[in-house]
Design a protein around this ligand. Sequence first.
Ligand SMILES: Cc1cc2nc3c(=O)[nH]c(=O)nc-3n(C[C@H](O)[C@H](O)[C@H](O)COP(=O)(O)O)c2cc1C
Length: 330
Amino acid sequence: MSHNVSHLQRFSVAPMLDWTDRHCRYFHRLMSQHTLLYTEMVTTGAILFGKGDYLAFNEEEQPVSLQLGGSDPKALAECAKIAQQRGYNEINLNVGCPSDRVQSGRFGACLMAEPALVADAVKAMQDACDLPVTVKTRIGIDEQDSYAFLTTFIDQVAQAGCDTFIVHARKAWLSGLSPKENRDIPPLDYERVYQLKQDFPELVIAINGGIKTYEQCDEHLQHLDGVMLGREVYSNPYLLAEVDRRYFGSTRPVLSRVEVIEAMFPYVEKHLASGAKLSHVTRHMLGMFQGLPNGRAYRRHLSELSPRGDATLKVLEDALKLVTEFRPAE
Ligand SMILES: Cc1cc2nc3c(=O)[nH]c(=O)nc-3n(C[C@H](O)[C@H](O)[C@H](O)COP(=O)(O)O)c2cc1C
């Protein structure tokens, strides 16, 4: 299957470790056919030397972009090749993660200080596969937060052949802040990303960080090619239901919340039949009725009962009944 990935950049769900696993992506895909979905970051070490299969996904999740963590061009190229064989649609390099564990491996956000290495890595990956290779980055690191620092990085990596950047519009502090704090404390600077698009009009530039509403997306899309949402989609997944109509010209009917949950039943049953736990899937579905009558009861029921070893589909069916059979007290 081939997709025009630049076009798909218009709306994407951010890579989120421990959150955007394949169950989450399957669930998100039911609500939007066109949103580009990202994997969690997978390190080259895990792919090349790990014992498990870190690249497995369901065909129904497509289009999916694999986010790689690494800095050795050879290892990244090898992984890009494997990713293409496995059917991914895009390779994305993580140049935004500030965690200590990642820094000790010399990848993630600290790579912003090594544009030549990132350029080599991009080139090596492109030579090894036919997939688009994109980069997710920040606007700066530590004291290196000038616009010139950002443009030097983008320019060098673009010259190596990368034409698509997703920019988390805040810098990262490489020491002193936890990864979580690094997603909230450094201030957002959307203007800087708009400026980047003005100065590099030929590049596809998507923006990320703190986006919560369609109105905000619309505003960003006046300046840029795409928006990437992370935490808001995860906690309020039904936001995805309107995306295809709003941003991809789709005329397909929008599924209701209840229809989406029901459409998960066969997937859940298959998952359980393979001997796995209900909560692996349902933990991504807790926010589905956020803000609606009995949305909390649904959430509580699912989060309390799904983790039990013997939990069956009935837990999800019962949680859904709490919402669908809700009648306000007379
Ligand atoms: C739980 C969690 C895990 C994350 N893991 C990754 C990751 O693996 N790779 C990455 O590039 N960014 C990761 N991020 C950062 C997000 O991709 C995104 O850049 C950030 O959350 C800001 O966007 P938002 O405000 O829309 O959430 C993670 C964020 C969260 C909340």
